[in-house]
Design a binder for this molecule. Structure first.
Ligand SMILES: Nc1ncnc2c1ncn2[C@@H]1O[C@H](COP(=O)(O)OP(=O)(O)OP(=O)(O)O)[C@@H](O)[C@H]1O
Ligand SMILES: Nc1nc2c(ncn2[C@@H]2O[C@H](COP(=O)(O)O)[C@@H](O)[C@H]2O)c(=O)[nH]1
Length: 221
């Protein structure tokens, strides 16, 4: 899954970043930290049919939808990707992602693995990062301590987590979320490196190189 030069030559467009990983690994926590450190990064707000948790706000954490509303979004091709996850639907509104990228801004999607693989097919030039827990025990501990899910849901999410971990090979990068700040810095480092990679094939640099080639002079020592 290596980006090639043709895919990278997207002058002026922002970079799409997908952050995946099992439920409870800390995707939301790392994104919250990124909001403080990477102010230019835009966050995609997903649509979901799950009920809001205490403190969650419609339009901020998610766009909370009924099943009928979600199905109508699917039928209207309004979603870049969608997936069913442990009894609920989740999906990424397409228009916001397209508009953000066209405006030259980078956008991050915090989504589960099935959806991420669908995005990969549509945006092979995107950056796909898998966030890993230090251990499965710690994952279970985090999701339990968060206190938002029933025991049954935790069991289901842990079972899905094991399946998701097996799909790590489809990602460009893995980051172990042992410390939130460290994980956040790693995401930023990846983004910086990807910008430099794109710069290498940018029309600006290509033009500069052509000018050098047209005006070759020898430099005597
Ligand atoms: N590096 C870390 N060390 C210790 N605890 C952490 C760390 N990162 C996140 N947590 C805690 O783990 C819990 C789960 O984090 P969070 O809700 O961000 O996970 P998530 O991957 O977004 O989950 P979901 O996919 O279910 O939305 C939270 O209580 C959070 O405070
Ligand atoms: N495929 C998608 N997955 C999404 C999207 N938004 C969130 N998610 C993922 O769902 C699970 C559960 O989330 P929770 O908020 O109920 O804990 C988690 O892995 C999210 O990352 C989306 O638009 N598409």
């Amino acid at each position: 899954m290596t980006n090639n030069v043709g895919q990278l030559n997207n002058e002026g467009r922002g970079i799409l970043i997908v952050l995946s990983g099992p439920s409870g690994v800390g995707k939301g926590t790392v994104c919250a930290q990124l909001r403080k450190c990477a102010e230019d990064l835009v966050y995609s707000v997903s649509a979901t049919t799950r009920s809001p948790r205490q403190g969650e706000v419609d339009g901020v954490n998610y766009f909370f939808k009924t099943k009928e509303q979600f199905q109508s979004m699917i039928a209207g091709d309004e979603l870049l990707e969608w997936a069913e996850y442990v009894g609920n639907y989740y999906g990424t509104p397409r228009d916001f992602v397209e508009r953000t990228l066209s405006s030259g801004k980078d956008i991050i999607l915090e989504i589960e693995v099935q959806g991420a693989l669908k995005v990969r097919q549509k945006f092979p030039e995107g950056i796909f990062i898998f966030l890993l827990p230090p251990s499965l025990n710690e994952l279970q501990n985090r999701i339990t301590t968060r206190g938002t899910e029933s025991e049954e849901t935790i069991r289901s999410r842990m079972n899905v987590a094991v399946e998701e971990l097996a799909l790590l090979e489809h990602y460009d990068y893995a980051i172990v979320n042992d410390e939130v700040q460290k994980a956040c810095e790693r995401v930023q480092a990846i983004l910086t490196a990807e910008h430099c990679k794109r710069e290498r094939v940018s029309p600006k640099i290509q033009k500069w190189l052509e000018e050098v080639a047209d005006n070759v002079v020898s430099f005597d020592r």
